[in-house]
Design a protein around this ligand. Structure first.
Ligand code: ZN
Length: 136
C-alpha cells in the first residue's frame, strides 16, 4: 500500500460557473479544464495547486451522487483523493483490513485516471478515492 500524494480534493458546488469565478477571480487560480463525466452525472472544473488538484463538481442531475450530497449536506468538501501505486492491490489491502469499498474494482474517472471509492462509514466520515494513472 503506497500513497504518493493527495491527487485532488473534490468539492460539491451548486453552480459551477459561479464557483469557477471565485477560484479564478478571488483565489487567482486558473481553471485548466472542464470535463463532463456522464457516468457520474457531474460536470467538473479543474484547478492545479502545486501537485494537488481541486475539482469543483456540479451535478447534471438531482439523482446523481453530487446532487444527492448537496441536497443532504449542502455545498462543501465532498471527497479526498489519494494517488496510489497499484490501485487493485491497494483496494484488496484496505478491504482485507475491514474497509468497506464502494468500488471493488477500478473504474474510469475524470482526467483518464482509474479510480475507486472507499465507503465513508469505514474511513471516519471522509469519502475517500484512490486513483492511479493507467499504465502506458
Ligand atoms: Zn475525485
Amino acid at each position: 500500500m503506497n500513497i504518493s500524494h493527495i491527487e485532488h480534493i473534490g468539492i460539491a458546488v451548486k453552480n459551477l460557473q459561479e464557483s469557477i469565478d471565485y477560484y479564478e477571480k478571488v483565489l487567482n487560480l486558473k481553471c485548466y479544464k472542464i470535463e463532463e463525466v456522464a457516468d457520474q452525472k457531474v460536470k467538473t472544473a479543474f484547478f492545479m495547486v502545486g501537485q494537488t488538484k481541486i475539482e469543483l463538481l456540479e451535478s447534471t442531475s438531482p439523482e446523481g451522487p453530487i446532487g444527492k450530497f448537496i441536497e443532504k449536506k449542502g455545498e462543501g468538501i465532498h471527497h479526498l483523493a489519494f494517488a496510489v501505486d497499484g490501485l487493485e492491490e491497494a483496494l484488496e489491502f484496505v478491504n482485507s483490513k475491514g474497509v468497506q469499498l464502494i468500488d471493488s474494482k477500478p473504474r474510469a474517472g475524470a482526467e483518464g485516471l482509474n479510480i475507486a471509492f472507499l465507503h465513508p462509514k469505514s474511513t471516519f466520515g471522509v469519502l475517500t478515492e484512490f486513483c492511479e494513472k493507467p499504465k502506458q
